[in-house]
Design a protein around this ligand. Structure first.
Ligand SMILES: [Zn+2]
Length: 188
């Protein structure tokens, strides 16, 4: 019995080109011929392994979707950094303004003297002095309200102050928590 035609049948089987009669003949032959059965089984195993590796191949858009996620995280981190910088800038500006204003209010008489000494137009110098005096009066009034509020609430004032600090701290903690999640391994 010659095995030569069955080599060809096996190759055609692998390519999916075997017709029913040829397939019947091949199956009949491999059931009787040890050499051809071994070759046939080996090729079928290889074919199966190839099919399986095709299934395991990542989808074509996987890289795109990963890159999109990486970009999204980058943009988020950048925005969050920008937001923090903006916040820092905002707080610094307010602090600096309050500091300069406080100094100006405390030393408004000296500032008037200095402006007159530096020969700033008298009108401008007194206008500035007037503005500072008015702000000083407003500040004194606000401070008066704060004192009144404090006396009104007596001991509760400290409770409210404590609650405010706790709320502020929990807010800061919350922001940090979100960042930890976004920067961490939770990329799904
Ligand atoms: Zn054979």
């Amino acid at each position: 019995m010659s095995c030569k035609p069955y080599d060809e049948f096996i190759m055609k089987y692998i390519d999916g080109e075997l017709n029913d009669i040829e397939q019947a003949k091949l199956i009949q032959h491999v059931s009787e011929c040890e050499a051809c059965r071994s070759e046939f089984e080996d090729l079928k195993n290889v074919l199966g392994a190839l099919e399986k590796s095709k299934e395991l191949e990542p989808p074509a858009d996987l890289q795109t979707s990963i890159m999109a996620k990486v970009c999204a995280i980058d943009i988020y981190n950048k925005k969050s950094r920008e937001k923090k910088l903006m916040m820092l800038y905002f707080i610094s500006t307010i602090t600096l303004t309050i500091l300069i204003l406080s100094l100006a209010l405390i030393f408004k008489n000296n500032i008037l003297d200095l402006m007159l000494y530096m020969e700033v137009p008298v009108e401008a110098a007194y206008w500035t002095y007037g503005v500072l005096t008015r702000i000083s009066a407003e500040a004194a009034m606000i401070y008066g309200y704060v004192l009144y509020f404090k006396n009104l609430l007596a001991d509760f004032y400290y409770v409210f102050a404590g609650l405010f600090i706790i709320a502020l701290m929990s807010k800061v903690y919350e922001i940090n928590g979100i960042n930890t999640v976004k920067n961490g391994s939770r990329v799904d």
